[in-house]
Design a protein around this ligand. Structure first.
Ligand code: HEM
Length: 260
């Protein structure tokens, strides 16, 4: 660093001797950027996601004890200072600051006494929602480390609980993907209810929000092991599959009136 300053000084003396005031201005700005880059590289290291926070340490990042606002989600710690209007002291989502309130991200329970990081018992949709929040924070904010506790051990490695939760989230995502594929193959029917005519289900090239070049006929689709069904539009070559049942008196019609 100091070698660079001496070099710039020497060049500065020669240039100002040759070109006068203009050169002095250029040299001043060069000094400025040199000093700034030195300040950046020594005083403000880039945030590292390797840092391991203790619970008490994380509590300090509340905008008061320390100027930054940090929150933890599934054990990942994010700097959300730029979202002061949401997370700052007295703001609506301040409850998330300085702790891991993973559960509240899906329950919407913002009562201080109910804040906790227990999520393994949540249902599939809630687990997927947690993953969405995690993706959101990874995209919108800087990850500054991990919280030692439920999700990461003192070496920053995932705990058995952390691994279990990741597995549950993955499973929830796979099931959702399978359901999406199933919906593409067997799109939901249109449905309407009229007090006089009753319920009508029917198929169209866009029913269930699935655009396709076939219409299909409405059938009751029973998932294996389930007693309930949903109305699905199926094309001719899937007619024989065991999981489909015809609606009563509705063999080959695109539209069926459901009889009680
Ligand atoms: C489970 C329930 C909820 C949770 C966990 C939640 C969480 C959050 C969080 C963390 C933020 C800040 C996002 C950021 O960093 O930019 C936010 C923003 C916001 N939330 Fe909620 N929220 C919930 C329910 C609601 C409800 C029911 C409403 C409205 C009736 C609402 C309205 C808003 C609005 C308007 C913003 C600000 C959006 C913006 O300015 O960009 N939230 N929410």
């Amino acid at each position: 660093m100091f070698k660079k300053i001496i070099l710039v000084s020497l060049i500065g003396i020669i240039l100002s001797f040759l070109f006068g005031d203009e050169a002095t201005e250029v040299i001043a700005s060069l000094f400025g950027s040199l000093l700034f880059s030195h300040y950046r590289s020594t005083s403000h290291p880039e945030p590292t996601s390797e840092k391991l926070f203790g619970k008490d340490e994380l509590k300090l990042y509340n905008g008061l004890d320390k100027p930054e606002l940090y929150l933890s989600l599934l054990g990942y710690v994010f700097d959300v200072s730029k979202g002061f209007k949401h997370y700052g002291p007295g703001q609506q989502y301040n409850i998330f600051i300085g702790c891991d309130a993973s559960r509240s991200f899906v329950t919407g329970d913002f009562n201080k006494d109910d804040i906790n990081d227990e999520v393994a018992d949540l249902n599939r949709d809630e687990l997927k929602s947690l993953q969405h929040w995690l993706n959101f924070y990874k995209k919108e904010y800087v990850e500054v480390g991990k919280l030692e506790g439920k999700y990461f051990d003192k070496h920053g490695k995932p705990t058995p609980y952390g691994i279990l939760v990741q597995k549950l989230i993955k499973e929830a995502e796979i099931i959702e993907q399978n359901e999406d594929e199933e919906k593409q193959k067997f799109p939901p029917c249109n449905i309407e209810w009229d007090p006089e005519k009753g319920t009508r289900v029917w198929c169209s090239k866009n029913s269930g929000g699935i655009s396709r070049n076939w219409i299909g006929v409405p059938r009751q689709l029973y998932e294996p092991g389930s007693k309930s069904y949903r109305c699905a539009c199926i094309s001719e070559h899937n007619e024989k599959l065991a999981k489909f049942k015809e609606y009563k008196d509705c063999h080959n019609s695109e539209s069926c009136i459901l009889k009680e």
